[in-house]
Design a protein around this ligand. Structure first.
Ligand code: FE
Ligand code: FE
Ligand code: ZN
Length: 295
């Protein structure tokens, strides 16, 4: 599975990739021994792939206060997922902060903080949890920078927390990347700190700003647009930050079946513009993390 992901990323001209350690919708996972890590990395090095990012499955909900067994599943899965990420030589584990399910934002945030502390306080792996900025669909927490800050503030091991900045989600949450690009970064920097961004998910959005829909569009085919997404990819502040596309596959003709991955063309397009920074980032996670230890 790992080797196949690496080969796929290579075919797109990527030098970084994000993967799930199994199906994103469930928590069934193979043993670490079965992941074929050595073969995957041998191939990756030759293909120029230097970094892998792991994304935790969607169904983990650390903000759940209604069903203790779901919260418990979330924390026990996350403990193992950190181990798997470390075994796969990943440094960054992307996690959705969770949904409060009607119990209120503060209750949800307190529960997510509790879960993160349960998982991190007795863990010493060299893995960072990158909380993803969310679109605010349903009862998702972490759609505003304030909410993400509250989670970061509540976690004991602050240095283990990072942010995954998803452009579609931030736009859907209401932030005006198109009309007030610098204003959004200033606000993010004031509340959380730009140095905390460990991954950027580069996606266009099918819906207008503030729609809270979370439907990704291909680059240049949504409400954010090519110019702003290119500006982010080539922004010097993010040169060393890996950039991951989560854009939808394309369908061939009128069949409606999505069979064509857009990534090769989108990566090539994003690289254009005469900038040093390439899609995927010239990533030096080690140096970057050393620079930005947060206590
Ligand atoms: Fe995500
Ligand atoms: Fe994302
Ligand atoms: Zn999304």
């Amino acid at each position: 599975m790992f080797l196949a992901s690496v080969k796929e990323a290579e075919s797109y001209g990527a030098n970084v990739l994000m993967l799930y350690t199994g199906a994103p919708q469930n928590t069934r996972r193979k043993d670490i021994e079965e992941l074929n890590i050595t073969a995957g990395w041998e191939y990756a090095k030759k293909a120029g792939i230097e970094e892998i990012i792991v994304h935790a499955p969607y169904i983990i909900n650390l903000a759940n206060t209604i069903k203790p067994e779901i919260f418990e599943l979330g924390t026990s899965f996350l403990r193992k997922e950190i181990k798997r990420t470390a075994a796969m030589r990943g440094r960054i584990l992307v996690l959705h902060p969770g949904s409060h399910l009607g119990e209120g934002v503060e209750t949800g945030i307190a529960q997510a903080v509790k879960g993160l502390n349960l998982v991190l306080n007795d863990n010493e792996d060299d893995v960072y949890i990158a909380l993803e900025t969310m679109a605010g669909k349903g009862s998702e927490i972490g759609a505003s920078f304030e909410e993400l800050k509250m989670i970061c503030d509540g976690v004991d091991k602050k240095n283990r927390l990072r942010i995954c900045f998803d452009t579609c989600h931030v736009h859907d949450a209401g932030y005006d990347l198109v009309g007030d690009y610098e204003g959004v970064w200033q606000e993010f920097d004031r509340l959380i700190g730009i140095d905390r961004i460990a991954v950027i998910h580069v996606n266009d959005s099918l819906n207008p700003r503030g729609s809270h829909k979370d439907r990704h569009a291909n680059i240049g085919r949504g409400y954010i647009g090519m110019d702003i997404l290119k500006r982010i990819v080539h922004d010097e502040r993010f040169t060393d930050v890996p950039k991951i596309l989560e854009t939808p596959w394309l369908s061939e003709g009128a069949s409606g079946k999505k069979t064509i991955p857009p990534y090769k063309e989108e990566i090539a397009e994003m690289k254009m513009g005469g900038f040093e920074a390439a899609m995927g980032g010239t990533f030096r996670q080690e140096e970057r993390i050393k620079k930005q230890n947060i206590e």
